[in-house]
Write a protein that binds this ligand. Structure first.
Ligand code: MG
Length: 244
């Protein structure tokens, strides 16, 4: 083939490819799902990092535990609530929710295992995400910080040092029961501990008792959130919840 013919053939091929591409693009149409969705509500994110979004219920803002039954027992000082004189539970009831909570175990290390910096977040008063000083503190894995107590250890140990503030961001899906009281759908929980994923849509097998295997007993769709007094002066701040 002469150089001139080669150029002509090459140009013809490029032209053909170009036209094919144009035809293909012209034939393609945007995919639309056709599903009719309600407009997502507008929510103002928190103004501070970890601050409550506009649709959150603030459960502790550093000043008052008035959202809590028994809150008057706990010490409130300099924006921090400290466990004292028994557990507390919310006056309101919650089902599916997103919870943000900040806590710190005592800076001065006392005790070991389950006796060191123990508290807990009980969804519906029944399902505990463990609070524990798990910084270089051995205990059974499904009882360490951010475990679903006696059911599932955290994926990793993301604990900060004793005395340092830690965060839990938790998505809780309540279990569902049918009209005969039988379990229709188990609960699920997703937990970020200090921003690290530690429970990834973990199935809840039932109540998280210290002295019994997990089991489900039918209960209301919404129940109070509870914070445990396990005899250790755990501190709390910035607690808010969004109903889902
Ligand atoms: Mg506990």
């Amino acid at each position: 083939m002469t150089p001139v013919r080669r150029t002509i053939v090459g140009s013809a091929i490029l032209l053909t490819l170009g036209i094919a591409g144009w035809v293909f693009r012209a034939a393609a149409e945007e995919y639309l799902s056709g599903k009719v969705w309600p407009r997502p509500k507008t929510v103002e994110p928190g103004t501070e990092p970890n601050g409550p979004p506009s649709d959150a219920i603030v459960l502790f803002d550093g000043k008052s535990l008035s959202e809590w039954e028994g809150g008057e027992k706990w010490q409130i000082q300099e924006g921090v609530a400290t466990v004292r004189g028994g557990g507390i539970h919310t006056k309101r009831s919650f089902g599916d929710c997103q919870l943000h909570i900040e806590w710190a175990s005592p800076a001065k290390v006392e005790g070991s295992g389950q006796g060191r910096g123990n508290s807990g977040v009980y969804f519906m008063g029944n399902y505990e995400i463990q609070i524990l000083d798990s910084y270089q503190n051995e205990t059974y894995f499904d009882g360490q910080a951010a475990s679903l107590y006696k059911q599932r250890p955290p994926l990793v140990n993301a604990s900060r040092k004793p005395g340092e503030w830690q965060t839990y961001d938790i998505v809780f899906n309540a279990p569902r029961f049918d009209k005969d009281g039988k379990l229709a759908k188990p609960g699920y929980v997703t937990v970020l501990h200090n921003g690290v994923l530690v429970q990834n849509h973990t199935e809840i097998e039932g109540t998280t008792a210290w002295d019994a295997a997990p089991k489900y007993t039918a209960h209301a769709d919404k129940l109070p959130l509870q914070l445990q007094d396990h005899g250790n002066p755990i501190r709390f701040r910035n607690i808010w919840i969004r109903e889902l």
